[in-house]
Design a protein around this ligand. Structure first.
Ligand SMILES: [Zn+2]
Length: 203
């Protein structure tokens, strides 16, 4: 790395902090950008800054949108008595793509992962419990749609226990049917995901 001029080293190390980008790709991208016309780099930088400035986290469901509450929480056609719990905003897009869910969502912001020191308090679990406790109309069902990974299952189990404690008559279900173990929800194809939702089992 020391063989490169300082501005190159700086950008390479920024790229390397992005998921899925190793040192070689980081260097390739940096040199690619150097060769593009100046306005491209300016537009690129502006798009990144604007994305960060204009996107908001929904104060109800923790989805990401241009407005707070997000467009799903504001939509009166949605069934507010059914909450689908997902790990991240991208999972909402994947489920919306199936067109088979008309309830609302709750984003956890990750999963419980002892190895990475991520506990329940690091996720938006407390706001979910508050929501289930206080929401009007009252919540009838919570569908837990965390990924079918070890951490996703552990998080689902934790949620089931916590939700059952605060609202014993709540219907709790878990998607999974047809989703391979270790799958990532936002990579699942809409057909499989729609089946997984339809075939959710009582949990
Ligand atoms: Zn929302």
């Amino acid at each position: 790395m020391n063989k490169f001029p300082r501005p190159v080293r700086e950008l390479v190390s920024m790229f390397e902090r992005l998921p899925g980008i190793g040192p070689k790709t980081a260097i390739r991208l940096t040199f690619y950008l150097f060769q593009t016309p100046p306005h491209f780099v300016q537009d690129f930088a502006r798009a990144m800054v604007e994305m960060k400035q204009k996107l908001k986290t929904c104060s109800i469901c923790y989805n990401i949108d241009e407005t707070d509450p997000c467009r799903i929480c504001r939509d009166n056609q949605r069934d507010k008595s059914v909450i689908c719990v997902v790990e991240k905003p991208l999972d909402i897009l994947a489920i919306e793509e199936t067109g088979s869910f008309k309830g609302v969502y709750h984003v956890l912001g990750g999963v419980i992962n002892p190895l990475l020191h991520i506990g329940p308090d690091d996720l938006f679990i407390a706001p979910l419990l508050e929501r289930v406790k206080k929401s009007t109309p009252s919540i009838k069902e919570v569908i837990i749609a965390t990924d079918p990974t070890m951490e996703g299952e552990a998080t689902a189990l934790y949620l089931k226990k916590a939700l059952g404690k605060i609202k014993p008559d709540l219907k709790i279900s878990r998607i999974g049917h047809g989703l391979p173990m270790g799958a990532d929800l936002d990579y699942a194809d809409p057909g499989t995901l729609a089946e997984a939702l339809k075939g959710r089992r009582s949990y």
